[in-house]
Design a protein. Structure first.
Length: 388
């Protein structure tokens, strides 16, 4: 592969893999916040156990995802100095805002939520998870503003060979950012919904805590129903802002077909779920359906990755569509140096993915009693010594 091809592959690896973590983080944070709201306002002990169990899986995915996000931003400076040279303010500003939100606000409040069990009152603790959830969506929005500018550059002027912000309003209300945000939100509900439903179905097939996993299954399937149609609608509305500078790339065509096939399967599962949800007994007795739900768990990831490939490959040969060609933005280094960077990052990402899958699988199999999140670390008070 050429140096340019290696640099593009490095971007595809880092951005594509990180996005898979983001989707589950966004969706699962929302579902955990909803469950905790139910627990605080009239829920029972089962809801508290659900927050601890699903919240722990969310924290695992978030922690590993943060590392992949750091590597993604690192590769911009490593392989694509043309972006920093030509569009430091236009492209760099939303990335800087995302960094401030994700690594300062979101991470800080998440830490307070993790370690605030038994130390904060229930309303303050609930507020923390909602702040974490909202800042997660803000972080995704700023990333999409930066990416939207690459596909549909607006709000800028040329100055001395570079680009600077001319209209912040146009930049931050770019349709190529807002429409993908709606698509990502819907995709996050699909991802977290099938994740929760698939894990719950696996446990129900083994008769593990039917009450706990029945509730979790219902919440997951409701999330799927909420996300399935908006994901298609918001995806279709993006087509006018998804450039195909050199015609339909073969990889784009394959990605689009894969994405649509995965969505069609998920839609069929969602339709069956819509019929079965009102009937609790039928929902739990349908072992074939439970197996199908479990098997569908990876499909949101497949659809999202295919959609991302379709979006990014269609812009070539432009990095910033109509403004900056990809070959003019790559770092002029030797083939060996770029190959070493690509190999090193690939190995590191493979390790991170294996670690994440292993931890999620381990704690998912342990069930709610194996959750360490929210386990009281306060020393118990000694029993008073009776006096005689």
């Amino acid at each position: 592969m050429s140096t340019l091809a290696l640099a593009r592959s490095l971007f595809a690896l880092t951005a594509g893999t990180h996005f898979l973590f983001v989707a589950l983080t966004l969706g699962l944070a929302t579902l955990v916040a909803i469950i905790q709201t139910r627990a605080v306002f009239g829920g029972g002990a089962v809801h508290v156990r659900m927050v601890r169990f699903w919240g722990q899986l969310y924290v695992i995915n978030y922690a590993v995802g943060i590392v992949t996000g750091l590597l993604m931003e690192f590769q911009f400076g490593l392989a694509w100095p043309g972006l920093a040279d030509r569009a430091p303010g236009v492209f760099g500003t939303p990335l800087a805002l995302e960094t401030l939100v994700a690594f300062f606000v979101e991470a800080t409040f998440l830490g307070l939520w993790i370690f605030g069990w038994d130390r904060l009152n229930r309303y303050a603790h609930l507020a923390l998870i909602w702040i974490v959830t909202l800042t997660a969506y803000a972080s995704a929005y700023f990333i999409l503003v930066a990416n939207g500018f690459l596909n549909h550059p607006v709000g800028y002027v040329r100055t001395g060979g570079g680009l600077r912000v001319d209209s912040a309003g146009a930049l931050f209300t770019n349709p190529a950012a807002l429409l993908p945000l709606a698509h990502v939100v819907a995709g996050a509900f699909l991802t977290a919904g099938f994740f929760m439903a698939g894990m719950s179905a696996w446990h129900l097939l083994r008769s593990h805590e039917p009450e706990f996993y029945r509730r979790s299954l219902r919440i997951g399937l409701i999330a799927v129903l909420l996300g399935i149609l908006p994901s298609a609608a918001s995806g279709g509305l993006q087509f006018p802002y998804a450039p195909h500078a050199a015609g339909v790339h073969p990889l784009s065509g394959l990605a689009a077909e894969t994405m649509m096939a995965a969505w069609a399967w998920m839609f069929a599962v969602a339709l069956i779920a819509l019929v079965k949800l009102p009937f609790t007994g039928w929902l739990l007795r349908g072992r074939i359906f439970l197996r199908v739900v479990t098997a569908t768990l990876p499909l949101p990831y497949v659809a999202m990755l295919a959609g991302w490939i379709y979006r990014e490959t269609g812009r070539q040969p432009w990095l910033i569509y109509g403004v900056l060609r990809t070959e003019d933005a790559v770092r002029p280094v030797g083939h060996g140096a770029m190959l070493a960077a690509f190999t090193g990052v690939t190995v590191l990402f493979a390790v991170l993915v294996v670690v994440n899958v292993t931890l999620l699988r381990r704690y998912a199999r342990l069930g709610p009693d194996g959750a360490a999140l929210g386990r009281s670390e306060l020393p118990s008070r000694p029993e008073p010594v009776p006096s005689f």
